[in-house]
Ligand binder design. Structure first.
Ligand SMILES: [Zn+2]
Length: 72
């Protein structure tokens, strides 16, 4: 099951392991206030790492700075 970083409207941010159906059926609740009104938080850690890796793979990185992949 995937992990989710969720933010509650009360400001509590917590990490929870839950299935898709758990999210869709709003079975996940804030550990602080018990609300199911939650939104996903994207930390962007994985996205930043994959960008760095794809840039390093470019043979012309000294010219493009790894940005050429955005042009494709
Ligand atoms: Zn809450």
């Amino acid at each position: 099951m995937p992990f989710y970083d969720l933010k509650c409207k009360c400001g509590e941010i917590f990490n929870v392991m839950a299935s898709m159906s758990d999210r869709e059926n709003r079975r996940i609740r804030c550990p602080k206030c018990g609300s199911s009104d939650l939104e996903a938080v994207f930390t962007n850690i994985n996205i930043i790492q994959s960008r760095k890796q794809s840039g390093a793979e470019c043979p012309n990185i000294s010219q493009c700075g790894g940005m050429c992949r955005h042009m494709q």
